[in-house]
Design a protein around this ligand. Structure first.
Ligand SMILES: [Fe+2]
Length: 389
């Protein structure tokens, strides 16, 4: 048996009002620096929307930290935003960066932190194979959605929004944050639709971590715990979005999912989701959920192009959500999306046969697809997507 290691160095602070301890964590990672300079990287106006702007500044400034805020505009963590942010970080010599927001704000913060101590544009690292020689500026991530898992992963999604639009991933062991503060009160005011869509991202990540060729015994434990927690609490949050206990459960499920796929990466579902998001403006979690049930069926088949253990692992995934077979599990996922008032067919999000060809042309991210248990070909992907049309 090949020895597989599990590695995750992020210090996790989880719980209601855990954000109130932010100053302590910041102090820990800037301890010898007097009046350390902190940069908060966040989505535009998010701190005010959450009502934490003054609170967080007060907490940090009363302990002598000098705090500045970098507000990121738009949905994507783009090359342009990251390069501008990296130049700011290099010029101002910040001692620590705090990323607060959803995946794109945390990914932007992660890239700014690593580029703060590594020269040049992010393009060099994404497209020209330049190595990240140095560790970044210490980073603390604070998620405001329960979904992405970026707070505990070593990579960041980066979007080239230039002429040749494309999704990249910058990944390196040096990119892990020092700490993650997961406070369910920050998710409390997240609109219901956003809550379930980001939760579906976590759900997909947990399932993909479990069926990934790259799984290990520890990622399995996190993934199999995450799957039922997220599945049941997604239905609950839809009925009662202000219930803090359900928010807490979902945040915990999302953390477990993040810890699982931080070591396995994702598979075909995520790979195919990126062109769906980029070209059809479908939010990331929904873009994953749209094909999840069909990939569940695809990966559960016993064929010569599937790894031997896959059918058994797919049965365990089905068990975890209370289904008696992968067929039943696929139907339950589709039913869940209908209950959550989400589309389940591609035409509902504006994708036609021509759109499917675009997705096929761009949906094979090598780093993701190679970990799918069953080999995916263009023809097989076409068949899957046509079933969903
Ligand atoms: Fe994701």
């Amino acid at each position: 048996m090949t020895l597989k290691t599990y590695y995750n160095p992020v210090e996790v602070l989880f719980g209601i009002n855990s954000l109130l301890n932010i100053s302590e964590i910041v102090q820990k990672y800037t301890k010898s620096i007097k009046n350390a300079k902190i940069l908060i990287v966040t989505d535009k106006n998010l701190l005010n929307i959450l009502g934490i702007s003054e609170k967080i500044l007060e907490l940090l400034e009363k302990d002598g930290f000098i705090v500045e805020i970098f507000e990121k505009e738009g949905y994507f963590s783009s090359i342009k935003i990251i390069d501008n942010g990296a130049n700011l970080v290099r010029n101002k010599n910040y001692n620590l960066i705090i990323g607060i927001g959803g995946g794109s704000a945390m990914d932007t913060a992660k890239c700014m932190a690593i580029l703060g101590n590594n020269p040049g544009s992010i393009n060099l690292y994404l497209k020209e194979g330049k190595t990240l020689e140095n560790y970044g500026i210490p980073l603390i991530e604070v998620p405001t959605t329960s979904g992405t898992g970026s707070e505990v992963t070593r990579w960041a999604t980066v979007w080239d929004l230039g002429e040749k639009q494309k999704k990249y991933s910058l990944s390196d062991l040096k990119m892990y944050a020092k700490g993650a503060i997961i406070d369910p009160t920050l998710v409390k005011s997240l609109p219901k639709k956003m809550s379930v869509i980001t939760g579906l991202d976590a759900f997909s990540q947990a399932i993909e971590a479990y069926w990934s060729k790259n799984h290990n015994k520890i990622s399995d434990i996190y993934a199999l715990q995450a799957i039922p927690i997220i599945f049941s609490n997604l239905q609950e949050i839809f009925k009662d979005p202000s219930n803090i206990d359900i928010r807490k459960n979902l945040a915990f499920g999302s953390l477990l999912s993040g810890l699982a796929f931080s070591n396995t990466k994702t598979t075909a579902v995520h790979s195919v989701s990126y062109p769906i998001t980029l070209h059809f403006n479908v939010p990331h979690g929904l873009a994953c959920a749209l094909t999840l049930s069909q990939f569940l069926l695809f990966n559960s088949e016993k064929t010569e192009n599937n790894i031997d253990e896959a059918p058994d692992r797919l049965r365990k995934i089905s068990d975890a959500i209370g289904a008696d077979s992968p067929d039943n599990a696929a139907q339950m996922i589709t039913n869940l999306m209908t209950t959550l008032n989400l589309p389940t067919k591609l035409h509902e999000v504006g994708i036609d046969k021509k759109g499917i060809e675009l997705i096929i042309a761009e949906g094979f991210t090598p780093d993701r697809v190679k970990h799918n248990p069953r080999k995916l070909t263009e023809d097989k992907l076409r068949k899957i997507l046509h079933t969903l049309l």
